[in-house]
Design a protein around this ligand. Sequence first.
Ligand SMILES: C[S@@+](CC[C@H](N)C(=O)[O-])C[C@H]1O[C@@H](n2cnc3c(N)ncnc32)[C@H](O)[C@@H]1O
Length: 342
Amino acid sequence: MSRHVSTDPDPDVESRTIADEYRLFAERQARGRSPRYETLSLGVAEDERLLALLRELPPIKRQPNLLLAAARHLGAPVDSSDGFRAWVIAHWDRVSSLVLSRLTQTNESARCATLLPLLAALPQPLALIEVGASAGLCLHPDRYRYRYDEGEPFGPTDSPITLPCRTTGPVPIPRRLPEVVRRAGVDLNPLDPSDPEDAGWLESLVWPEQTERLERLRGALEVARAEPAHLVRGDLNETVGRLVAQAPEGATPVVFHSAVLAYLSPEARARFTRTMRGLPCRWISNEAPDVLPAVRDLLPEPPPTGRTTFVLGLDERPVAFTGPHGEHLDWFAGARLPVPGE
Ligand SMILES: C[S@@+](CC[C@H](N)C(=O)[O-])C[C@H]1O[C@@H](n2cnc3c(N)ncnc32)[C@H](O)[C@@H]1O
């Protein structure tokens, strides 16, 4: 007699997994950055009804950042867990359909402050190719002003934004901006900086208290609208080789990405690594430690615990820890910069 073994996931186990994800988000990401998001995500983690609604969504769509952005985008109050809970339950049809139609595509131009020391040290000019580009705001590193620690800001004086960055270690603060001759990118869903709907969604992805980030986003969108990048729709694994091949002669092709590989399956990440190793380009990665094992395994020290931290790498060699939104750059003693012509 054959026994039927149910493959349906156990709802209690699923709810616990979702609750853990919301707790982790509250403690590791929102704490110290967004008190409201910390409170709301802890509230979701404790709420059986909201957890049951989240269970109706595909696992990839249950992320805290996505739910919180979608609810806020539609007008949910975020000042108390009770108000948020009641509103989300009452408007679940609209919230869930926005969650299903949108992705978390937070595009943070301030990450350019952590990429800049590497970009400026490479042989110029550069053909930039960003994989997972969102609206392409990181494709304009030469159009922003920068301020490292308390130093003098530098960069174009007419830039609408200045990107602040705290540093530790022997950061090679750049003396020049990179010369960019091509700005290209790929995304599963490229956002158009000129489209009010896309720009509005990007605004909703900025956390509630982060008014500086909101101002920065608006300034970066202005920059991107003035000089549109060549953004194509597609999967990075399928597209990156073609974009590298399109780099103008005489320019250094630089493929870079930040906060992207976590969205890929381990197999897709491994494929990307293999592809990149075979391409005639430089490779700058700025990702959570575990998503690129080859870079993680060369870390000179373990990543800090209790906070989300990215690792900045050049051609698979780690050079620094970075803040996930570009807030800080902690350079490793002894990390080598590329030698021009290398
Ligand atoms: C969190 S956003 C980061 C955007 C940008 N790199 C930044 O640092 O501001 C991640 C982006 O990766 C894109 N993405 C995820 N998986 C992808 C894939 N397989 N191919 C292309 N883009 C992908 C998403 O659509 C999203 O726009």
